[in-house]
Write a protein that binds this ligand. Structure first.
Ligand SMILES: [Mg+2]
Length: 253
């Protein structure tokens, strides 16, 4: 059995609408002995919510362990530590972190700061996180996506917006639990047998991740604008379905 890792938003669905052809392609790939794992940078929905959404869309049972999101990587990471955590992020992120660790701490008492997406942030937030970073506190973002889709055509600032401001103050790169950073690729390499192909719509996350785990990369067209060179991808197709057909065909050669 060969594994295909596929991105979700912009690749198999747009918001909550499945992209035409996806369901049939997944079925066809399964008949050709492929298995899918679902890789996303979305940390505003829990893995369990994503599983339910996918099951409804694909009319197929999905294994919770085959869904990989920054929250999954975070949980795996925290397993090894008992550290005081401060969350700069939404109520949902705070709630999720509290299912892993019982208590959250104020920023000045924290040993790890997690940065999730918020609708807005202040200069004060940026400066206090940068100060903590300079004191040696671990600062890790859920992901560094610069944009966050709110519908098919509109985007808001993603996590990456605040991270970029913190990075410019401290002069160093902030790590993240998202694609394509090392926590994410290390988790995939540890958790799954060799991943044969990665399908996604973003060069800066999906395609770079594919390179990092030594998988063939398939870029599909979506509403997002890639600012990195699309030619980095091994293959470019308009849709997920075309990518899957090509993966099946190439595997027979
Ligand atoms: Mg995407």
């Amino acid at each position: 059995m060969k594994i295909i890792a596929t991105d979700l938003d912009g690749t198999i669905y747009l918001q909550s609408k499945i992209i035409p052809g996806v369901k049939d392609s997944i079925h066809e790939a399964k008949n050709n002995n492929f298995k899918f794992i679902f890789i996303t940078n979305n940390s505003s929905e829990t893995p369990y919510q994503i599983k339910n959404k996918l099951e409804n869309m694909l009319s197929n049972e999905i294994n919770l362990n085959d869904i990989v999101s920054p929250l999954v990587i975070l949980k795996d990471y925290l397993k090894n530590f008992d550290k005081k955590i401060y969350v700069h992020g939404s109520y949902n992120l705070q709630k999720y972190v509290k299912t892993i660790t019982t208590e959250l701490f104020p920023i000045d008492k924290s040993e790890i700061i997690l940065i999730g997406r918020t609708d807005s942030f202040s200069r004060h937030d940026v400066e206090s996180i940068a100060d903590a970073f300079n004191r040696g506190v671990d600062v890790i973002a859920m992901n560094k996506d610069l944009t966050f889709p709110i519908n098919d055509h509109e985007f808001k600032d993603g996590n990456g917006a605040i991270v970029r401001e913190i990075e410019s103050l401290v002069g160093l790169s902030i790590n993240s639990f998202g694609k394509p950073d090392s926590f994410y690729s290390e988790y995939l390499l540890k958790q799954f047998p060799k991943i044969f192909a990665v399908i996604g719509d973003r060069v800066d996350t999906d395609i770079l991740l594919a390179k990092d785990i030594d998988a063939k990369s398939y870029l599909v067209d979506s509403s997002i604008k890639n600012y990195l060179d699309e030619d980095i991808a091994d293959f470019k197709f308009d849709t997920f379905s075309q990518s899957v057909s090509s993966i099946i065909k190439n595997s027979k050669n």
